[in-house]
Design a protein around this ligand. Structure first.
Ligand code: GYE
Length: 375
């Protein structure tokens, strides 16, 4: 009896195994059939076992990218984050680990340490400050995780990062200085005393340092320009407003406000509105801004901001492309890549700027231009 039961069980087992084998060979055949149909394989299946061929059909594993963002302080930053999420989406082949550091440099360093521990394939950093990076980047280097930098730069030996994609902030400051110099000349004020207030971005961020340095070159050249004050507005609207309100208490007379980003300019304009100060293209005070976000350019069109110097927030696709190339075994030709940028005005007869023998015609903001603006 027992033997009969055992024999039955054995027979059932054999039947199951045979069915499984049949099923596997059918799926393998279907897989092979599909494979032959798929042009992408171009007959490279020869010599591969069925298992290898079936494995080849599996989707490519996603590339793990740890991205640490500065924060969410401005319109520019929001556009940059959106671009990051699109460029490093699953559809693009990435598994994105995103950290918003909320403007805290320690959170950024900690995030990078976690990325190393979590064995990311790549680490992408938009650094708040230029300083404080060497130790953690050395750790990434020894863990053999390539690091890409976006937007702001850092003070660190170049071998600790693979590449940087961003803007020439010094040049942006120079375009702004050059514009003011020519605009005042046009107004017949090139020898008048010009009192300037600056609202700086986050102190120690390369965007702040560069814009300050570039504009300072024009301050040095124009002896009649006087920089009354430069306080930090942290690249935020509330910061811009706070600093402007303080300025209005201390400096009753001034001619120019230089805001190191659009959000600070919105805050400064709100403070001037509240104090009844006339500014903009029909007013007394000249307002200069950086970033040229959609909202910034709307303020240009409305005549509130005279000139807005663009900074391109769309660097993430460049980093994604760099990673794809590295994955394909290629090396990058360069280390530092500058993004294309323009300068904007509401002027119908725009000035052509010339900085270091590079010329750039200011672009006149129109409704049509705004409609097409991505960010
Ligand atoms: O100008 C500002 C932002 O680093 C260039 O950071 C960026 C700056 C940008 O918050 O709006």
């Amino acid at each position: 009896m027992k033997t009969l039961q055992t024999r039955c069980a054995q027979a059932a087992l054999i039947l199951v195994i045979v069915c499984m084998l049949l099923f596997l060979s059918c799926t393998a055949k279907t897989a092979l059939h599909d494979m032959n149909q798929a042009d992408v394989f171009h007959g490279q299946t020869e010599g591969l076992t069925v298992a290898q061929q079936a494995l080849a059909l599996l989707p490519e594993p996603l590339i793990k990218v740890g991205f640490v963002q500065v924060g969410h302080e401005s319109d520019w930053r929001i556009a940059a984050t959106k671009s990051c999420r699109e460029a490093f989406s699953e559809e693009q082949g990435f598994d994105l680990y995103f950290v918003d550091a909320d403007n805290d440099p320690n959170v950024q360093v900690e995030a990078v340490r976690n990325f190393i521990q979590e064995q990311m394939d790549y680490i992408v950093i938009d650094p708040i400050l230029t300083t404080g990076w060497t130790a953690v980047l050395k750790e990434a280097y020894h863990a053999q995780i390539p690091v890409l930098l976006l937007d702001r730069t850092i003070d660190c030996q170049e071998r600790y990062y693979t590449a940087w994609f961003g803007s020439d902030f010094v040049k942006e400051g120079e375009w702004a200085g050059e514009w003011l110099q020519q605009y005042l000349r046009r107004q017949g004020r090139s020898t008048h005393q010009i009192r300037i207030l600056t609202i700086n971005g986050t102190q120690g961020a390369s965007a702040q340092l560069g814009r300050t340095e570039g504009f300072a070159r024009y301050l040095a050249r124009n002896r009649n320009w006087e920089l009354l004050a430069q306080e930090c507005g942290d690249f935020t609207e509330s910061g811009g407003r706070r600093v402007m309100e303080q300025y209005l208490e201390t400096y009753p007379d001034f001619d120019v406000v230089v805001c190191q980003n659009d959000n600070e300019a919105f805050g400064a304009c709100a403070a001037m509105d509240a104090a009844g100060i006339s500014y903009g293209t029909d007013g007394d005070v000249i307002v200069i801004s950086f970033d040229a976000t959609k909202a910034g350019l709307e303020a240009v069109l409305a005549g509130k901001i005279h000139a807005d110097f663009a900074c391109n927030p769309l660097s993430p696709p460049y980093a994604a492309e760099a990673i794809r190339r590295l994955e394909a075994g290629e090396t990058l030709d360069g280390k530092h890549y500058y993004l294309p940028e323009d300068c904007f005005t509401a002027d119908k007869n725009p000035i052509t700027l010339m900085v270091d023998f590079e010329s750039k015609k200011m672009i006149t903001v129109t409704k049509e231009l705004l409609e097409e603006r991505e960010y």
